[in-house]
Design a protein around this ligand. Structure first.
Ligand SMILES: Cc1cc2nc3c(=O)[nH]c(=O)nc-3n(C[C@H](O)[C@H](O)[C@H](O)COP(=O)(O)OP(=O)(O)OC[C@H]3O[C@@H](n4cnc5c(N)ncnc54)[C@H](O)[C@@H]3O)c2cc1C
Length: 378
């Protein structure tokens, strides 16, 4: 019999599947072509309660844990991964660190609006010279009479142009290394804060990715998130949780690729096509098992960081591999610009990069494995 939590997961999954069929599937090709996400779709995410997942009812959210969240993200991403990434960023790396590290006043200011869809959340860590090596960031802050002043720039930031809250990282002095980095919550419309450019991407089109400039941005003392000097720890813990969500988005894309491949393979078709379908199906099932295990461990407060990296690495890899085979199976028609297989392939190809590249996941896993192998069985 299904436990209460299993039925809750199933209820969210069903809700997301029906929303995806109704609101996202009909728009997927148009969103990709125009690179624009209709405001009504983002508003609907709030109305359906998806933006409040993971935020307790006390702060205006829907509650729920990682298992509900990955079930929802897989369904949305299978129809449109751009909207799933908007949601993943909003919940995992904006609302979650405000909930985990914020004061009650910060939670009161931001969480009900984030959960209700009145504000969209963003996370600004990456810089032109600091991607994989986040500790090398150069955006500076200094203490001034009114609080803090920030100067610098941020690169490839999702959701930021329309964000109502940005969790942003800056250093007091790059020479201090990780100990110099602090986290801030930046509200929209802060003078000196601007969007310098919006990038025209290969895939995940519709999910805006922007460069931000901070020119003498003044923030009050209450904009500091968590203790001063703990910014890197805040970023890394948010990203570990974020990887579970991004892995489930990649899983949704892998599923869409497999479903598209199935349309091109009949039971009496050539053996090589059926073999590609079979091995792709196995990879999808393996990726889903990893995503679900990472989410289960996170909800159970068990160590989940290695599982999150493994899920992100292998679900992204599965998405790219299955989408690529989909082009082989679909042949010339699949490679035409605007075909579903071609769009899915472009979307899949972004996942090994976003929220920590595949190479970085491998390095993190090697570190985790070496530590875990020290006297224990993995
Ligand atoms: C669509 C999209 C959305 C994004 N959204 C956000 C966001 O909302 N917020 C945010 O802060 N960032 C965001 N990013 C940035 C993303 O996290 C970075 O692109 C990613 O961390 C890689 O950084 P980089 O692009 O600077 O590449 P680099 O770090 O310069 O890496 C380039 C290549 O070198 C490899 N490499 C780097 N270091 C090592 C190493 N030590 N060993 C082996 N290989 C290495 C990498 O794996 C990669 O293949 C987004 C990126 C994309 C594409």
């Amino acid at each position: 019999m299904a436990t209460a939590s299993e039925s809750a997961v199933q209820a969210w999954k069903d809700k997301a599947a029906s929303f995806a069929r109704r609101e996202l599937e009909p728009l997927a090709a148009e969103i990709d072509r125009t690179d624009l996400l209709p405001e009504a779709v983002v508003a609907a995410l709030g109305r359906e309660g998806f933006l409040g997942l993971g935020t307790p009812a006390r702060w205006g959210g829907q509650g729920g844990g990682a298992r509900e969240f990955v079930a929802v993200l897989e369904e949305l991403a299978a129809a449109n991964p751009a909207i799933a990434v908007v949601l993943a960023v909003h919940v995992s790396v904006c609302a979650a660190p405000i909930l985990a590290w914020g004061t009650d006043a910060q939670r009161e200011t931001y969480l009900p609006d984030l959960a209700g869809g009145r504000r969209l959340g963003a996370f600004a860590l990456t810089e032109p010279g600091a991607g994989s090596d986040a500790a090398a960031l150069r955006t500076r802050y200094r203490t001034v009479a009114s609080g803090y002043e920030l100067n610098g720039s941020k690169m490839f930031i999702s959701n930021a142009a329309s964000a109502g809250a940005i969790v942003l990282f800056a250093t007091r002095d790059p020479a201090l290394g990780p100990a110099g980095i602090s986290a801030f919550v930046v509200p929209p419309g802060t003078p000196g804060f601007s969007v310098a450019q919006r990038f025209d991407k290969l895939g995940l089109r519709g999910s805006e990715t922007t460069e931000l400039v901070l020119d003498r941005v003044k923030l009050p003392p209450e904009a500091l998130l968590g203790p001063e000097g703990r910014g890197l720890a805040i970023a890394l813990s948010a990203l570990a949780g974020g990887r579970v969500g991004i892995a489930s988005c990649a899983l949704g894309v892998a599923r869409a690729a497999l479903e598209e491949m199935r349309r091109n393979v009949r039971a009496d078709d050539t053996e090589w096509k059926r073999q590609l379908l079979g091995s792709s199906y196995a990879e999808l099932l393996a990726a889903r098992a990893l995503v679900e295990e990472a989410a289960r461990r996170k909800d159970a407060d068990e160590p989940f960081v290695d599982q999150a990296s493994a899920a992100k690495l292998l679900a992204s890899r599965a998405a790219v591999a299955i989408a690529s085979r989909g082009l082989d199976v679909g042949g010339e028609a699949a490679t035409r610009q605007g075909s579903a297989a071609e769009r899915i392939f472009r979307d899949a190809r972004v996942f090994p990069i976003v929220e920590g590249t595949s190479e970085i996941q491998e390095l993190l896993l090697a570190r985790g494995f070496l530590k875990a192998s020290d006297g224990r069985t993995v």
